[in-house]
Design a protein around this ligand. Structure first.
Ligand code: GAP
Length: 482
């Protein structure tokens, strides 16, 4: 990511202007936390998913694909622990009606132990600075704590993040993040079904189906890409935290005892994959979950984090889920989910190592990482493999047979690639338009083309130009953008 991208505003503006991402239902004023992907957004998204699928399924012998249903039997979510455990502590402000996650609020607490406390959203202490100035107190007089460390009886002295008054925050209440709906025409409790909050459970309940159909032996994995839904209390940061999003998850089934080794293996594999996505290595790091952070199913967990303009944040989770999920489904469904290990001559419930990432978060990662401002242009430096348009083809002028030759080239390239034809405006401006959407190559048909059949290729990052035969355009791209 360029140094110039200090805030998300520029990126959000570019995404809308160029057709990557739009606010959902914008003509009605939009709906919070839901986004639509425009013509270039769908291409980028598809390329990210294809790259993941290629590395997870096509390039391996031990991972099979699956596309499970979003609506599942409601008992699935009891067994998985989501009905009881998939909750966040929610706090309301009685004055502003704003809603916060308790674990995402920090608070300035007076060192003296007396006086008002000031709550603020994690990572944004500047929002309190003004209030402290007005109250004529300095930051040095305070300690910063997590709001969850403050006893609720002391909330009457806490000034909420968006108010000037103390005592407006409610006690935290646990809030289940699953969306509910009804199956069939009768809206009764007996007909409640949930929109899946993770794709993983569709994989666990199909463990034996996939294993038997594909004749896989342990260790092996099942990969899936699909939508997930969470009624997040505080969605935000553009497409970082949404209520409807897409996950790419892979569950790797292993013999108990070999789980630690495979956990390390998948951590390394997944970090390596981000190089293929073209992400700057210095902007990636691991974050190990401490005991308090672990999800209800995990024995160990590492996040891969990316340094966004709003700070380091999780883009992928790698979890050792033990035999928790298969064990619980076995208990709740009363079906045998054990694996018979012929080599060892024993039966056991496999352990699971999971890799789980969000497509939308990777969209934001690739967009933020690609953004660069130069003296005369904004350029999206996507890796050619994921660039939405692989090439643009221009006739230098709209006459002398040049458009016809350019169309011929485009029609040929379209058999394999998303390419763009543009004949309007000066060539320099046409290059700039392609730079801004990250098109790696521009082919120009000019007078010389009509004489010797060669065209100019201009490379996006170096802006260097060379001539190749127009018949070589396809091979040129095949060598560089796949
Ligand atoms: N099956 C395990 C699981 O779902 P998670 O850490 O809750 O684990 C995995 O989510 C990934 O899904 C995250 O790293 C993130 O990329 C994506 N994700 C989770 N919640 C999201 C949200 N509200 N909006 C966008 N992406 C989200």
């Amino acid at each position: 990511m360029s140094e110039q991208l200090k805030s998300m505003e520029k990126l959000v503006g570019l995404c809308k202007r160029k057709g990557f991402i739009f606010q959902s239902s914008e003509v009605y004023g939009g709906i919070n936390s839901c986004y639509d992907y425009g013509p270039l957004g769908v291409e980028l998204k598809k390329n990210i998913k294809d790259l993941w699928w290629k590395s997870m399924v096509y390039e391996r012998n031990d991972v099979e694909g699956l596309d499970a249903s979003i609506l599942m039997h409601p008992r699935v979510w009891e067994a998985s622990g989501h009905v009881d455990g998939f909750t966040d502590p929610m706090i309301d402000c009685r004055e502003t009606k704003n809603r916060y996650r308790e674990d995402q609020l920090s608070v300035y607490v007076p060192k003296s132990g007396e006086g008002l406390m000031y709550a603020f959203p994690e990572g944004a202490p500047e929002s309190v600075a003004k209030k402290l100035k007005k109250a004529r107190v300095s930051e040095e007089e305070f300690d910063v704590k997590s709001l969850s460390d403050i006893d609720v009886s002391a909330y009457e002295n806490v000034v909420g993040p968006d108010t000037k008054k103390a005592g407006t925050l409610t006690e935290p209440r646990m809030f289940n993040l699953m969306f509910k709906t009804f199956m069939g025409p009768v809206e009764s409790d007996a007909n409640i079904v949930f929109l899946r909050p993770e794709t993983a459970q569709g994989i666990y309940v199909n463990f034996h189906n996939v294993r038997e159909a594909s004749r896989q032996k342990l260790p092996f994995g099942i990969a899936q890409i699909g939508k997930a839904f969470r009624n997040e209390i505080t969605p935000g940061n553009f497409i970082f935290r949404m209520r409807e999003f897409e996950q790419m998850e892979m569950q790797y089934f292993v013999k108990p005892g070999s789980d630690d080794e495979f956990f390390e293996y998948w951590k390394a594999e997944r970090l390596k994959w981000y190089e293929r996505l073209g992400i700057n290595h210095d902007k990636l790091k691991f974050h190990a979950h401490g005991d308090g952070e672990l999800a209800h199913y995990a024995k160990a967990a590492f996040d891969i984090e990316y340094e966004f303009p709003f700070g380091w944040s999780e883009i992928e989770g790698i979890h050792n889920r033990t035999d928790f999920d298969l064990g619980r489904h076995q208990e709740y469904s009363r079906k045998n989910l054990k694996y018979f290990d012929q080599e060892a001559g024993e039966k056991y419930v496999p352990y699971v190592v999971e890799t789980s990432t969000g497509v939308d978060r990777l969209m934001l990662t690739t967009l933020a990482d690609a953004y660069a401002e130069e003296e005369e242009r904004v350029v999206m430096r996507f890796k050619p493999t994921i660039a939405p348009m692989k090439a643009a083809v221009f006739p230098l002028v709209k006459k002398d047979g040049m458009p016809e030759v350019a169309h011929e080239i485009v029609d040929n390239l379209r058999k394999h690639f998303r390419v763009f034809y543009d004949e309007s405006g000066a060539v320099g401006r046409r290059y700039r338009r392609q730079d801004e959407v990250g098109t790696p190559y521009c082919f120009t048909v000019d007078t010389q083309t009509l004489e010797d059949g060669t065209i100019t290729v201009r490379e996006r990052d170096s802006m260097a130009q060379e001539r190749i035969s127009k018949d070589q355009a396809m091979n040129y791209l095949l060598d560089r953008v796949i």
